[in-house]
Ligand binder design. Structure first.
Ligand code: MN
Length: 254
């Protein structure tokens, strides 16, 4: 099995290194990841400028490729031929924060895996539910869990149009309660507008506020993490609200 490893935090991120190292236990690994942090960049296709790819090395000395494109660009570049050998699986992460509920449309980690699915290759996104305040994160247990989940998923198989969004609690080996298949929960965003003035008297803005929380509901990604389980949410790119079609079809067009 040939596995492409990418992320949205940049090729030097420790979560990527941990994931690449564990994926090597499952197959041959190629890394192509952004040269900078693209967190919360969403699903990007760069069209107005050229994309560069260059060779680099991970902190363990193994070769990697890096691009000035977004995470989804990196996956597209790799699958369109920058990586010569066919790719069987794309894994993205490990993101240092969970990607739950509505986060998935903001997430560079998840949209990288979505790009794989668009190209007809299986995609899995891995994120770590790290505590709000932490020192240096230990990605070891999450990376080992990621390899377990990927191995099981590949063995069992899953529909080709489905992205697996995996969120892993911040725990030590042996503390995980298990793996739960979940649906997207509800994130509670606490965004606040921060309005300031630059030295020339012009307004500028930050979207600030506290980190998001979530609704702890059974069966959801948020609920699984709160109970100490690894959450595996199958996502599809078809965002159609099927239950709204009947209502909208009643609209009068004259
Ligand atoms: Mn990120």
């Amino acid at each position: 099995m040939h596995i492409l490893v990418t992320n949205d935090d940049g090729v030097t991120a420790p979560g990527l290194l941990a994931l690449a190292q564990e994926m090597r236990t499952l197959g041959r690994v190629t890394v192509l990841a952004p040269d900078r942090n693209w967190s919360a960049s969403g699903h990007v296709k760069t069209m107005e400028r050229p994309l560069r790819v260059r060779e680099t090395k991970l902190a363990d000395g193994t070769p990697a490729l890096t691009s000035d494109g977004a995470p989804s660009d990196c996956v597209a570049l790799a699958l369109l031929g920058v990586v010569k050998e066919p790719v069987d699986l794309v894994v993205s992460g490990i993101n240092p924060n969970a990607n739950l509920g509505h986060d998935v449309t903001y997430s560079g980690t998840v949209t990288a895996a979505m790009e794989a699915v668009i190209a007809g290759v299986s995609g899995i996104a891995f994120s770590l539910d790290s505590p709000e305040k932490h020192g240096e994160l230990d990605y070891g247990p999450a990376a080992r869990m990621a390899a377990k989940v990927a191995a099981r998923a590949v063995k069992e198989g899953w529909p080709g149009n489905v992205v697996l969004n995996v969120n892993i609690p911040y725990m030590k080996d042996g503390e995980f309660k298990g793996v739960m298949i979940t649906r997207q929960g509800l994130r509670v965003y606490r965004d606040e507008l921060v309005a300031r003035q630059d030295p020339r008297g012009r307004n500028y803005y930050w979207i600030g506020g506290e980190v998001p929380t979530g609704v702890n509901e059974q069966g959801t990604d948020f609920g699984a993490l709160a109970a100490g389980y690894v959450s595996v949410t199958p996502l599809q790119l078809d965002l159609t609200a099927y239950n709204a079609i009947d209502t909208l079809q009643q609209w009068k067009w004259d």
